[in-house]
Write a protein that binds this ligand. Structure first.
Ligand SMILES: [Mn+2]
Length: 268
């Protein structure tokens, strides 16, 4: 049994299958961790979700911002944008089962045994593993709960841009969601800067993983979301997996036990 982690698939199903063939992925015993943004912008979102769902317990996928966007559209809280490519999922006969499956994916996955924590964008420097899991559980409850449509209506926005304990309701959930699924730059107090997308931080800010963190030095944080990093962070304890497959880059699969990476070029 081998466990692999894969970065942002974004509907690039055929590339995913080629990548898994490259590592001789055995669906009957190997495991696949998926760092979020399973869908959107790419061509085969329906096939991607059907395949990941079919892996059952062999697949552990966390939610990314695009996955949450799919849920918000499915809930009627948002209308698709021109750049969204998830209509194949929304029109599918098994749409309800797929949306239900996506809704029940975690936001953070932590394996004590592997000393690995997987999240789509990152974890703020002010939270330990335990705190991150607790906040993630709050968000997961909001995504799955009977009031989830209400949450999706209020999910979008950049404020509040910093955590505080006293936050309540949708403001509290929005900042949690932004840390886990959208963060790139923040300061040491975990104040977010959500506008910049490149690799140069605005003054006073730095990539979230460069700050002193509350989480254990023993934990490796596996994340996606940031294609501009091209899979490199040069920082022990962090593994960036988004290598921009959907933008014509590559899809990266990492064998977790030894961190060996396998990359497959995007479809031309
Ligand atoms: Mn993302």
């Amino acid at each position: 049994m081998t466990t692999y982690a894969v970065g942002d698939i974004q509907g690039c199903y055929s590339v995913l299958r080629r990548a898994l063939d490259t590592v001789d992925f055995d669906e009957s015993k190997d495991k696949l961790w998926v760092a979020g943004d399973m869908v959107n912008r790419g061509p085969e979102n329906l096939a991607t979700l059907r395949y990941l769902k079919s892996l059952g317990k062999q697949c552990i996928a966390v939610l990314g911002n695009h996955d949450l966007h799919l849920l918000a559209i499915a809930a009627g809280a948002r209308t698709p944008k021109r750049s969204d490519t998830i209509q194949d999922v929304l029109d599918a006969p098994d749409r309800d089962e797929l949306i239900h499956w996506v809704k029940h994916r975690p936001v953070v996955h932590y394996s004590e045994k592997k000393s690995c924590l997987m999240v789509h964008a990152g974890i703020p420097p002010i939270w330990s593993e335990k705190k991150a899991l607790k906040r993630a559980a709050e968000l997961e409850e909001a995504i799955r709960g009977s009031n989830s449509d209400e949450f999706f209506h209020h999910m979008y926005g950049n404020e509040p841009n910093i955590w505080s304990k006293g936050l309540e309701g949708t403001d509290r959930l929005r900042v949690i969601a932004n840390y886990f699924t959208r963060m790139r730059f923040c300061n040491a107090r975990a104040e977010l800067e959500l506008i910049q997308k490149g690799d140069l931080p605005p003054p006073g800010f730095a990539p979230w993983f460069l700050h002193d963190h509350k989480h254990s030095k023993k934990t490796t944080v596996i994340f996606g979301h940031w294609a501009a990093l091209e899979g490199r962070v040069f920082e022990d304890g962090y593994e960036a997996l988004d290598t921009g497959c959907v933008w014509g880059g590559s899809l990266t699969v990492m064998r977790i036990k030894d961190r060996v990476r396998f990359s497959v070029d995007a479809d031309r």
